[in-house]
Design a protein around this ligand. Structure first.
Ligand code: ADP
Ligand code: ADP
Length: 221
């Protein structure tokens, strides 16, 4: 379980004609087995925040520390599309992101594929799977590297409502069973309420306007 410390974060994008403030003076801390959703309207800085947390973008001001005990935390990512390698089989898509090989690593990948109910597709290629199944593989891949923190950017936004709902349910179970910290970006407040233990709300101009605990348990069958 990772600890995230974000302090006085600011991000400006400077172009020839203007300066856009994407993140304005944002501070928060996340610790332990939390499922944190970052919500807000389009353009409020959600993706920018995630990109700074993952190190893709640098901050204009402020600090970000993501740690696991006294070391840097290991991060896993899930994007809007699964970004699978089409010329590799499903199981190979999980294996190639691992830092080591061997029977134990393979068994671990197979276990995560099983968690998203796709064991039977291990030898198939991404092009043979539906969009929802591909996204399931992307989620299994992110969990399979056993990251301390999972960063997710609107992972269900391209899926139909029924598929998205069943993937939310699976993700919630995986979050519970693996004890990971999840930071989940979405523009969909009801999705955030359904999944999260906590909601951080950004508003236009990248300001943090609310940071709320959520007590509603996800409905279980
Ligand atoms: P969200 O993910 O909430 O839709 P973004 O983080 O993508 O918001 O964008 C926040 C603001 O920063 C927007 O006004 C957007 O236009 C601007 N922005 C994002 N990336 C860039 C960039 N590379 N150059 C200039 N402006 C950017
Ligand atoms: P590229 O540099 O073209 O993005 P990479 O080899 O870095 O290629 O990764 C290919 C794909 O594998 C990425 O698009 C990403 O979806 C996935 N990937 C890489 N590392 C991870 C990781 N730690 N967790 C989850 N997915 C990953």
């Amino acid at each position: 379980m990772a600890t995230i410390k974000v302090q006085d974060l600011r991000k400006e994008f400077v172009t020839d004609t203007s300066t856009v403030v994407a993140i304005e003076n944002v501070s928060f801390e996340v610790g332990g087995h939390e499922f944190v959703s970052v919500v807000g309207p389009s353009g409020c800085g959600k993706s920018t925040l995630l990109n700074i947390l993952s190190g893709i973008e640098s901050a204009t001001r402020g600090t970000v520390d993501i740690t696991e005990g006294d070391r840097k935390a290991k991060l896993g990512y899930v994007f809007q599309s699964a970004r699978l390698l089409p010329w590799r089989s499903v199981i190979d898509n999980l294996l190639f992101v691992q830092s080591s090989r061997g029977p134990q690593v393979r068994a671990r990948c197979e276990r995560y594929l099983d968690m998203v109910q796709l064991s039977h597709t291990a030898k198939q290629y991404p092009g043979q799977l539906s969009g929802g199944m591909q996204q399931r593989v992307g989620i299994a891949r992110a969990f399979s590297i056993e990251p301390d923190l999972l960063l997710m950017d609107e992972p269900f936004s391209h899926l139909d409502a029924i598929t998205a709902r069943s993937l939310r349910r699976e993700l919630h179970v995986m979050w519970q069973e693996t004890g990971k910290t999840v930071l989940f970006v979405t523009h969909d407040v009801s999705e955030a309420v359904e999944l999260s233990t906590r909601i951080i709300m950004l508003a236009k101009g990248g300001r943090l306007v609310a940071d709320l605990p959520v007590e509603l348990p996800f409905p279980r069958d």
